[in-house]
Design a protein. Structure first.
Length: 147
C-alpha cells in the first residue's frame, strides 16, 4: 500500500480484495471497501456510521467476519468508481484531519458520496443528514486561523 494511507485504510483495502473475490467480482468496488472498513467493529468508520443510525446487529448478521486467509497472489483491479472515491478521500483528508494521510473517516466520507454506497447505507438505517462526520477541532482551528 502507499505511504499516504493510515494502517487501518491499508488493511481495509487489502480486506476489500478478499471481499471482492468472495462475491465473485472482477474488480474491487466501493461497497467492498465499505464492508472492509466495517470489519473493524471498534474502528472509526463503524463508530461514525452507528452514530449516523447504522443498525449494527442487522449489518453484522448480513456481513460476517472475513476469514483470515493469505493475501491473494494477484490483486484484482480497482474499479473506476473506487479510484474516484480514493482520489476524493485524498482531497478531503487535509480538511478532516489536517494531514495529507488518508484516514478511515476521509475514505468513508468519499465512499458515501457515491450513490451505490449511499443507497446501501440508507437500507441499513443511516440517515442521509447524519452521514457527514464532524470536523475535528484541529481542522476547525486551522480553518479559523488568520493566514
Amino acid at each position: 500500500m502507499t505511504a499516504d494511507l493510515t494502517p487501518a485504510v491499508a488493511r481495509a483495502l487489502e480486506a476489500a480484495q478478499h471481499l471482492a473475490r468472495r462475491r465473485g467480482g472482477d474488480a474491487v468496488e466501493p461497497p467492498d471497501v465499505l464492508h472492509a472498513l466495517l470489519l473493524e467493529e471498534e474502528g472509526r468508520a463503524a463508530a461514525l456510521l452507528v452514530a449516523a443510525g447504522l443498525d449494527w446487529p442487522r449489518y453484522r448478521a448480513g456481513h460476517p467476519e472475513l476469514p483470515r486467509t493469505a493475501p491473494p497472489t494477484e490483486a484484482l483491479p480497482v474499479a473506476a468508481r473506487l479510484r474516484r472515491s480514493l482520489g476524493l478521500a485524498r482531497e478531503l483528508a487535509p480538511d478532516l484531519s489536517g494531514e495529507a494521510t488518508v484516514a478511515s473517516e476521509a475514505l468513508l466520507l468519499a465512499l458515501v458520496r457515491g450513490p451505490e454506497v449511499r443507497a446501501l447505507l440508507e437500507t441499513l438505517g443511516v440517515r442521509p443528514e447524519a452521514r457527514r462526520p464532524p470536523r475535528p477541532a484541529a481542522a476547525s482551528r486551522r480553518a479559523a486561523a488568520p493566514g
